[in-house]
Design a binder for this molecule. Structure first.
Ligand SMILES: N[C@@H](CCC(=O)N[C@@H](CS)C(=O)NCC(=O)O)C(=O)O
Length: 288
């Protein structure tokens, strides 16, 4: 094997250093100044929710679990909304989704659902017992704080080039080499995040076992119910759906898909039940 020349090695080192320095600056530029919240929809209609989220993908209405969770919740609750698709806009918190309602921005899917539940009188809490409210919060956080680590490990880290390829995200014109290089730069950040949280220090087998325990806990809380808490969906069902559907309907195999399919049939049924009930027009909301 031929060793790289000193010039080549220096070039690679220099480029990596510049990219590391440049990337956060480019991202900050893209996301804009977060101190002032700009309302994009100047001609807003009263009580219409303007939902800012990533564009549709060819395999699911949204590849972001948080966007899919929120849009499904809006549909389920018959709230009037208009989608604003964006790759570049971000909320005051620097993320998607966010909404604008009556000239105000609300960011973070959880906070949005809470605010809309109050505004449109859709609160779960009136129909649930105290112990169900506790279970709902526990399962919701289990998904978004614990199981999400397994999603990062097995969906993002193990499949990043396929996940962000133009084919998967619906931008077929982007050459594969570009998304492969982007994946190379994104991977270390994901790895660092998982490592500092602790999950990244486990072996693959240990990580799978943690994922399995989380899924078992959700399946145990659900028991024979049609939805997690009883036979009707509540907010936590939308959280589960958002996170599950966005890995399950991806066009490549993931170890978590196999785990859900082979070991947790009630959770698979839950996802399909949610899809049938709230997205009978699923295919009409996929990117061409
Ligand atoms: N806690 C937030 C999480 C939202 C989130 O993590 N969004 C990701 C996409 S799935 C994001 O916007 N990341 C920043 C980026 O892509 O620039 C919520 O529930 O809305």
């Amino acid at each position: 094997m031929e060793l790289p020349t000193i010039q080549q090695s220096l070039f690679v080192l220099f480029t990596s250093y510049v990219m590391k320095w440049l990337m956060p600056k480019l991202m900050a530029l893209l996301k804009g100044d977060k101190k002032t919240v700009e309302i994009h929809e100047k001609e807003w209609k009263k009580d219409v929710v303007y939902l800012y989220q990533f564009p549709r993908s060819p395999h699911m209405p949204n590849m972001s679990p948080f966007c899919l969770k929120l849009e499904t919740w809006l549909r389920a609750n018959d709230i009037k909304y208009e989608v604003r698709q964006t790759w570049t806009q971000r909320s005051s918190k620097g993320q998607l989704p966010f909404i604008e309602l009556n000239g105000e921005q609300i960011a973070d899917s959880q906070l949005i659902i809470n605010a809309l539940s109050r505004k449109f009188n859709k609160e779960d809490l009136t129909t649930l017992t105290q112990s169900q409210i506790g279970a709902a919060r526990a399962v919701d956080r289990l998904i978004e704080c614990s199981f999400i680590q397994a999603i990062v490990a097995f969906k993002y880290l193990e499949h990043l080039p396929e996940l962000i390829s133009g084919e998967t995200i619906g931008l077929k014109w982007i050459p594969k080499v570009v998304t492969d290089v982007a994946a190379m730069f994104i991977k270390p950040t994901l790895r660092e995040k998982l490592h500092s949280q602790g999950f990244g220090r486990l072996t693959r087998e240990e990580q799978l076992e943690q994922a399995r325990l989380d899924l078992q806990a959700i399946a145990d809380v659900m028991g024979k119910n049609k939805f997690i808490l009883d036979d009707e969906p509540h907010t936590v069902d939308f959280t589960l759906f958002g996170h599950f559907a966005t890995f399950y309907y991806l066009p490549f195999d993931i170890v978590l898909k196999r785990m859900v399919r082979n070991e947790f049939p009630t959770l698979l049924d839950h996802m399909e039940r949610m899809k049938e009930r709230f997205w009978p027009d699923w295919n009409e909301h996929l990117a061409a």
